[in-house]
Design a binder for this molecule. Sequence first.
Ligand SMILES: NC(=O)c1ccc[n+]([C@@H]2O[C@H](COP(=O)([O-])OP(=O)(O)OC[C@H]3O[C@@H](n4cnc5c(N)ncnc54)[C@H](OP(=O)(O)O)[C@@H]3O)[C@@H](O)[C@H]2O)c1
Length: 350
Amino acid sequence: MTGKPTLAVVGATGAVGAVMLQILSQHADIWGEIRLIASPRSVGRKLAVRGEEVEVVALSEEAFDGVDIAMFDVPDEVAAQWAPIAVARGVVVVDNSAAFRLDPEVPLVVPEVNPHAVRTRPRGIIANPNCTTLTMIVALGALHAEFGLRELVVSSYQAVSGAGRAGVDALRAQLSLVAGTELGTKPGDVRRAVGEDTGPFPEPVALNVVPWAGSLREDGWSSEEMKVRDEARKILGLPQLPVAVTCVRVPVITTHSLTVHARFQGEVTVDRAREILATAPGVVLCDDPAAGEFPTPADVVGTDPTWVGRLRRALDDPTALELFVCGDNLRKGAALNTAQIAELVASEFC
Ligand SMILES: NC(=O)c1ccc[n+]([C@@H]2O[C@H](COP(=O)([O-])OP(=O)(O)OC[C@H]3O[C@@H](n4cnc5c(N)ncnc54)[C@H](OP(=O)(O)O)[C@@H]3O)[C@@H](O)[C@H]2O)c1
């Protein structure tokens, strides 16, 4: 084809979609038409992208007419149904849902780690990893390339926007009920104040920490925990990598944090790890505890890179590193990575 490719953003009205429209307005303008698609509920809404108001159209087969690349930012079941329909109409799909991530015929791509994978897409679909995996994988990919990863032990501190607009609405509503009170000093008082409607979370998240994200899988694991293990293995090309992970929801609106214990093939030094992380594309090293410098969601939100701090060699294992990472779950954790993948695909059209 000649000229700029046509892009569709499916799920343009959602939490990820809103950030996608910002990113499309900020990045180099490589697109021809940008078509905004959502459910029939949103038809006729006008959203700003590239300084223009664009009207949202309903998801339908015809909505993909003339589209070259479509980013899907919709729930799993909507992506599972509609991505193949778009592909059948000649569209390359970059999907942000979990519907295709573990399909062996669908590459799972992080442009800083495995950009080559984007070209092998027998189903016409490229998957974007889960936000929790994405928060750590750029830094880990750089360390793995040097040291060879052997094992991961991870805990997450996940923001409520990881559960979409419903998660943000739930925390805001709960905060309005508990702010300025002395709730949180007696068992159950936050729960009583919040009531039964805890939104997409099993417990109140305001003034609280909830050791759960996703749905129940075998043997007490959560779906989010399984995603972190399975997706990290696939992206790094390490199908047997031992991964222990606990996912926790915290009262932060946007930006996931993780503690990571990473064990490598041989002895590692903090100095070399620092050099790697300081020069790795997409990573910012922010690590000077003596000066009170480490990444926190309050500073990281709205930024693109993975921020790394608290870098230490494991106390009892010279082959392992400890680190704390933060990343905006709606930018690199979702919309930005999807946009980067779509830009890689778009370069094939020129
Ligand atoms: N939030 C994150 O941090 C994050 C990170 C990585 C990946 N993801 C994934 O990205 C996807 C979107 O997440 P989100 O957080 O943006 O969700 P969200 O805020 O709930 O938005 C969902 C979007 O999907 C649209 N939609 C829902 N049902 C539809 C249907 N039947 N037909 C057409 N459009 C439909 C909605 O349109 P209406 O407004 O018209 O209902 C809305 O635009 C999910 O698969 C999620 O797992 C999210």
